[in-house]
Ligand binder design. Sequence first.
Ligand code: C2E
Ligand code: MG
Ligand code: MG
Length: 602
Amino acid sequence: MTLKNPQLVRRDDSLPNQNSKARLNAKADRVNTQMLLKMVLNNMTQGVLMFDADTRLVFCNQRYLDMYRLSSNLAKPGCALRDLLDQRMEAGTFSGDPEEYIATLLERVAGGKTSYDTCKLADGRVFSIVNKPMAGGGWIATHEDITERQRAEERIAHLAGHDALTDLPNRTLLRTQLEYELKRVKRGECLAVLCLDLDYFKGVNDTLGHPVGDELLKVVADRLRGCVRELDTIARLGGDEFAIIMTALRQPSDAAALAKRVRDSIAQPYLIDGHQIVVDISIGISIAPIDAIEPDQLLKNADMALYGAKADGRGTFRFFEAEMDARMQARRTLEMDLRKALHHEEFELYYQPLVNLQTNEISVYEALLRWHHPTRGLISPAEFIPVAEETGLIIPLGEWVFRKACQQTVNWPDHVKVAVNLSPAQLKNRNVVRMVKSALEDSGMAGNRLQLEITESVLMQNTFATLATLHELRKLGIQIAMDDFGTGYSSLSYLRSFPFDKIKIDRSFIDDLSNGAEPLAIVNAVAGLAKCLNMVSTAEGVETQQQLEQLLSVGCTEMQGYLFSRARPACEIEELFLPQLGKASDMKDAQRQEGAAASGVA
Ligand code: C2E
Ligand code: MG
Ligand code: MG
């Protein structure tokens, strides 16, 4: 008899036991899986629910209940969708018609396609909802809170269409809005586009710093908001440029009234960071459909009108006129020609004598720029200097003038002085003192033979740097004259801010001398002031003997004008007024050669 392997016996014995254990294990596994699943579902960031084909709830996770503020006692398996919606309505998390909602949902489920929706709750939260149909009926719904994401997206979209400093719409949004508003113009309405530009804003930035400039722009934006109706759009186009779309315009004068309102508001003084600031605004207006019906053309026309307002002395508004377009084209052509002119040596300096009224001798020659345009002939500096200033070409052009004046007049007798005009942009340029020094050195011209003429506008944008530059130039022996006095603010504080050597009374006052006693009284006052301040007083534009006599009667000390001589080319000046020049320049050349030989440079 063979003994059975005890282990085998035991194993055989344990067979029925093992089956039930496996079953138990399987059940435990199932329970574990269900618990795990429940745990996972309840810890999801999305609300998840399942409905059967009879629109009854099979399950929903805790997150769903929390999102819609529902009680787990009510929203439990078996609950009808309609009841669930009623509960949500009570909790304030459903608005709308439940029947309609259910009908739409069931129609989509029946269609077998997943549907995507966004719903906004009364408390402002935004949920994204996905309903995915299941095979055999019913569907799984996923609800996700996308409030923060949507806010972030909205913020980004807002930033893309708005200016960060003033929170006004930017150029892109303005254009979109204009396109939209112009649809109504096609249906018979009118609208106006106003382009606005602050006057002298750059001066605020330069003198008081950018933080004050920024603060000023914010207050300007607020004041603009206060000037328009809700249906109008204000935008910041960049820097100190703004624009307004004025809708539902009845007549062009409505736009003029708005422009006046804006100007009155903007011109009120500002108190920022302890600084009292005054700025003004220039405004250009174009009207749809009169001037254009395309957004870009309307903006361009308003911009051209703005340019016209600036040219008319700023602090004013102008409507677009067709000729402005032609003028703008002409200006652009002039600018292009001007860029070429310096290389092509199309410039020449003329000189106009100024006469000392006490000695009756020529005291100084003013260098005046002339442009021999290849097709237009001689062009007045009054026409091209402003363009050169705007485009920055005045810097190389001004340097050319200064160097040329030094070279051409260095051989004129030592007592003959030469005046050169200096634009504000030149004076603000950091290199101006270096340029002047180098031109003096290169030509051998003595600083004390030079006078520089600057206008009041230089000091209207008064900066420490400008005054420091003027003092540096004066240290080189150069005299400084205030040109065209009376055309700017004529502020006495300008005369106090710097020890000018000369005041040149603007031609317009001399022109007016025959019109009663008042103009003479003004010239008298300026001449008296100059005398007290130890300055020369020069009358500009003297054309008649009568004017000269009036000027002598009020004690003017110098005159310039056609009565004595027009501006002439250097060679004519030499021939007419400096006949002794040949000898003097020979002597000077000999002296220079001696000096060079002594220093071993010859
Ligand atoms: P400004 O400096 O006041 O120069 C005097 C202007 O008055 C000159 O005009 C001169 O020809 C003119 N003028 C002189 N006497 C009379 C007169 O009796 N009657 C009349 N009707 N006019 C007279 P111009 O040469 O046309 O220059 C105009 C302005 O252009 C100058 O005024 C000056 O501001 C500017 N300018 C000229 N050359 C330069 C330059 O090289 N640089 C700069 N920055 N500006 C210049
Ligand atoms: Mg001048
Ligand atoms: Mg002048």
